[in-house]
Ligand binder design. Structure first.
Ligand SMILES: NC(=O)c1ccc[n+]([C@@H]2O[C@H](COP(=O)([O-])OP(=O)(O)OC[C@H]3O[C@@H](n4cnc5c(N)ncnc54)[C@H](OP(=O)(O)O)[C@@H]3O)[C@@H](O)[C@H]2O)c1
Length: 311
């Protein structure tokens, strides 16, 4: 992957994205103030790419953290790359801008750097972000995502977002957008679960062939939230193969997991609410894995997602 001096990568619309982003999803049990504090730390230590979402419920806190770092002179708004996500209850084209405007209001921003469709599954519109029927089953909505995409394009044309993309899309769903008659803008990226146990090789090759970046989440094996993850699944950062490679480079397994993705041309996200780890993760640019070790990590693939429809 070609990085410039700021470790940014050019997207297919000409805008640049920092290759490593700081994730702001935190389980309900975690106090939101932790997310605010950690976002400030991430900016203080040098991260400029922040990944958020309407449904995370932390955009007010994240916005406050960014504005504090602008006010104290650490950064300007234009130094920050903020990603927001369209909630699944807002897929109907007439609701897309409404979701975006609610995020902008919470963040106190005039624009988002990137706005992506969070999940290619539409849910019944309304105040409830997880609408359920009396049997506790999600209530879906039927929406043509090509129309949702046109509404995303309109948000870009209105200057409310600089770039638009998707998340959790498979090849078929990407093709549906790419083959849409009258497509104005291609998605700049597809944000998906991606780590050595699920290395997304096919999807990566497809995205590269279409000049769409892949952006990886749960790169460190996810937060293992009990709500989404079977606790018996293996813990990625305790994997002996990753551990052996980490020792060889005198780095942590987390850094090896992050570096692996960068060398495959993937934009990576990580979440940490621990200052020491946030600082540590910045060292991902300071070493290089050999071809042989990259292949060894490729061999860890189990094609296994940690969970379905994770936030
Ligand atoms: N589009 C989607 O559907 C979707 C889905 C999931 C996630 N995401 C995005 O991706 C972001 C990250 O993914 P994720 O939340 O699944 O978590 P992750 O990045 O895989 O992180 C998992 C855990 O690793 C720990 N960690 C971080 N740095 C470490 C280090 N150097 N050494 C050891 N442990 C370390 C963190 O714990 P501590 O906090 O205790 O340090 C964190 O809880 C999210 O916050 C969100 O922004 C998007």
């Amino acid at each position: 992957m070609e990085f410039d001096n700021d470790h940014c990568i050019k997207m297919n619309d000409g805008n640049k994205i920092p290759a490593v982003g700081f994730g702001t999803y935190s389980p309900d049990a975690v106090q939101k103030s932790k997310c605010e504090e950690a976002t400030k730390v991430a900016i203080e230590v040098g991260f400029r790419h922040i990944d958020g979402a309407f449904v995370y419920g932390t955009e007010e806190e994240v916005g406050r953290a960014i504005h504090e770092k602008i006010a104290d002179g650490t950064v300007k708004r234009e130094d920050i790359f903020y990603t927001g996500k369209l909630g699944s209850t807002f897929h109907r084209p007439e609701l897309v801008r409404n979701c975006l405007e609610q995020s902008l209001k919470k963040l106190k921003f005039d624009y988002l750097d990137l706005f992506i469709i969070h999940i290619p599954v539409s849910l019944k519109p309304g105040p409830d972000l997880s609408p359920m029927d009396e049997n506790g089953k999600l209530i879906f909505d039927i929406v043509d995502l090509r129309q949702t995409w046109e509404a995303m394009e309109a948000c870009k044309d209105a200057g409310l977002v600089k770039s638009i993309g998707v998340s959790n899309f498979n090849i078929r769903q990407l093709e549906m957008i790419l083959n849409k008659p009258g497509l104005k803008y291609k998605p700049v990226l597809n944000q998906v679960e991606c780590h050595p146990y699920l290395n997304q090789g096919k999807l990566l090759a497809f995205c590269k062939s279409k000049d769409i970046l892949l952006e990886a989440y749960s790169v460190l094996g996810s937060q293992r939230d009990k709500m989404w993850i079977d606790q018996s699944t293996p813990v990625l950062l305790e994997d002996p193969v990753l551990g052996a490679i980490a020792r060889k480079y005198n780095q942590s397994p987390a850094l090896v997991a992050l570096r692996y993705q960068l060398q495959r041309g993937i934009v990576v996200l990580f979440k940490s609410f621990t200052r020491k780890r946030i600082e540590e993760n910045l060292q991902v640019f300071d070493f290089q894995l050999s071809e042989e070790d990259m292949k060894t990590i490729d061999g860890m693939n189990k094609n296994g997602p940690y969970g379905h429809l994770k936030p």
